[in-house]
Ligand binder design. Sequence first.
Ligand SMILES: *Cc1c(COP(=O)(O)O)cnc(C)c1O
Length: 457
Amino acid sequence: MTPPPSDFTRRLRDADKAHLWHPFTQMAEWVAGDPVVIAAGEREFLIDSDGNRYIDGVSSLWCNVHGHRRPEIDEAVRQQLDRIAHSTLLGLASVPSIELAERLVGIAPAGLTRVFYSDAGATAVEIALKMAFQYWKQCATPQPGRTKFVSLTHGYHGDTIGAVSVGGIDLFHGLYRPLLFPTLQAPSPYCYRCPLQMRREDCGMACAAKMEAILAEHAGEVAAVIVEPLVQGAGGMITQPAGYLRRVADACRRHDVLLICDEVATGFGRTGRMFACEHEGVQPDLLCVAKGITGGYLPLAATLATERLYEAFLGDYSQYRTFFHGHTYTGNALACAAGIASLDVFEKDGVLGRIAQLESLLRERLAAVARMPHVGEVRQRGLMVGIELVADRAMRQAYPAAERRGGQVCLAARKRGVWIRPLGDVIVLMPPYCISDESLARLVAAVEQGIAEVTGA
Ligand SMILES: *Cc1c(COP(=O)(O)O)cnc(C)c1O
């Protein structure tokens, strides 16, 4: 369908293959392929160096919220550029970082009043872990024995060493175990492949009971529980049964354990509410946000904390209760300006209402996909979708990983003008909220045709 590449594209591809090392990419395979080189974007479309357009079906790895070249955000960044691009938050305050912090506290679950900025989801998580750890050493009645973290199998919190320590994806994390701090792992609420071999009809949410048991057994040793609320994203778009998060939060309260909600993927409207915690009325002690925070424009993250947590870090300098942590670009002005403009668009355009429309439209379109013979399960929460491919539907048997069926489906979709990236054999859809009804239909059709082509059914 696409014409042969121009000399311009050929030159860029060669230079890319000569010099770049891409994330989460087997480079031996990459250099044998024909990478798409993105040169521009517009709304829900990516445009390559030859002018071909692709629907950005995963919002540029889950972060683009209102589409590319959103005029209001472009303008806010330009205006900020006319003032200053960056100044440090170490010893100085800055206008956009203050204004964005006020706005974030205004929309975050109740009780989160303090904003600590960083640059990536992984750093937002590192910060939450270090704050939780330090909290128990410095709070009014210190409990220095609370040093452990409870995380979930199939969990993903980023790729730095602390974040990997609380990760639960063996393929990504297993090799590094000798470098990591040990954690207590609770079973993921992955109903389609229940780690406890139970059935969702009558399990009584045994995975939540297991979490409760871990907290009871290790009472007084646990600093915090870290979870991705409602959807475990990178683990395979694993949607949690209703009430799971609530039970985990209640157990944390009973055992006086801090709750860290990692909303790096689910935040900013993805699940249909501004934050996923809201669906279950959960108020975490620490909230990590990143991906969507700038509308997908610039790297920025934030760890929000409660007043109780913050107060444990106050004192005379000589008490050394300070949170000794920071990054050079913390609270970058251009990024914060983009973040403010993105929140303005949410309000001005009633974006959460549009997300609700898109959610049901997507659900309707996916009904046919769910019936395909090699689709084991379609999981959807808001505008987060995982389509799990299987070799045998009745036995829920996976394809051999080396066959790369998920990757093949994405290549097949690319021929049809859609760019998506899978998680193994789980096809991920996470469209930007500006997507038209027509593009949404094209996105699902391309995936459906791609699955048919690759699974031969
Ligand atoms: C993507 C992701 C991260 C890591 O964010 P980066 O910005 O890539 O470091 C952390 N947690 C969750 C839930 C994520 O989906």
